[in-house]
Design a protein around this ligand. Structure first.
Ligand SMILES: [Zn+2]
Ligand SMILES: [Zn+2]
Length: 303
């Protein structure tokens, strides 16, 4: 891909997002206020942590252990992000790790696409959104998420997905009502920002891990895939954008492996461990990371 094509893509991703911020600024005090920001932030953090710490690091990769009640609570919180029922999510994601960027990967931007600029757009579209209409929820739960299928409470949470989705809209509405002293307009405004806009943003940040973090960005380990680290997505994705680190060490509770690789989900797992709410936290020692780096350098040396 040429530098120009890459820059055009980055602009296409960033400008509409800046547009949303612009719209929010213009609507300030009219259809967007402090209460909406509060409801948005609370709902964003609850649903995104549910995905990153719950669906991803705990349930998919068993990066730490915790009490059954917290495990199930995180499964409910992740479901608030409207990315499908929890067991489907975990099965799809384990399949992604089994077949990363090869045939069978539900959302690789590199599989089954043609060459050139058109192939690149096709691949990015498939990895970001297109896969939702083709391969989403197709991974066998029995094969890829057996222990979740065997947990009756997890099955109930899985079945209750439509109800949790409804709650994902009702909750910001009620919070808005409460903060606005019962005014219907306050409830509706919070429903818009803490419900729809928040779901939109959490969706696209999560999907960006599948598309952008397998295409643009930096690599340093010798992994047999195209995964990348994308620093500007690190904070909004709560640390998930250190996705290349994650493919190098899938079970690690921490995706940021250097002090400047900001990883809020990892910090939360650390805090849970301090509180006695998480244990058996999987860590990558600096020596292990260095050894993998060294082997990557050996492989990249010209023969
Ligand atoms: Zn990946
Ligand atoms: Zn993963």
């Amino acid at each position: 891909m040429s530098r120009l094509e890459r820059n055009v893509n980055i602009v296409a991703v960033v400008v509409p997002f800046l547009g949303l911020i612009g719209a929010a600024v213009l609507l300030w005090h009219h259809f967007f206020g402090v209460d909406d920001v509060v409801v948005f932030a609370v709902m964003y953090l609850l649903s995104a942590v549910g995905v990153t710490v719950g669906f991803h690091r705990l349930l998919t990769h068993r990066a730490f252990q915790t009490h059954a009640w917290l495990r199930h609570l995180l499964a409910v919180l992740g479901s608030l992000s409207l990315q499908g029922p929890v067991i489907d999510w975990v099965a799809d994601h384990r399949k992604h790790h089994t077949f990363t960027d090869e045939d069978g990967d539900p959302h690789s931007p590199h599989v089954g696409v043609g060459a050139g600029f058109r192939g690149m757009l096709h691949g990015l579209w498939h990895a970001h959104t297109g896969w939702l209409f083709k391969t989403h929820g197709q991974a066998s739960a029995r094969r890829f998420a057996r222990e979740l299928v065997e947990d009756p409470t997890m099955r109930r949470i899985n079945r209750s997905f439509p109800l949790i989705a409804l709650a994902s809209l009702l909750l910001p509405f009620m919070l808005g009502l409460a903060l606005g002293g019962g005014a219907l307009a306050a409830g509706l405004s919070a429903l818009l920002w803490g419900g729809l806009v928040r779901i939109f943003l959490v969706h696209h940040i999560t999907w960006s891990i599948n598309s952008i973090c397998h295409f643009f960005g930096r690599r340093r380990f010798d992994t047999a895939d195209h995964s990348t680290n994308v620093f500007w997505l690190a904070l909004p994705s709560l640390g998930e954008a250190w996705h290349h680190n994650h493919h190098a060490f899938p079970r690690s509770a921490f995706h940021g492996l250097r002090w400047y690789e900001l990883d809020p989900s990892g910090w939360l797992i650390l805090a849970l461990a301090r509180l006695g709410l998480a244990w058996d936290v999987v860590r990558v020692t600096p020596e292990r990371a260095r050894a993998k780096l060294a082997s990557a350098e050996r492989h990249s040396e010209p023969a």
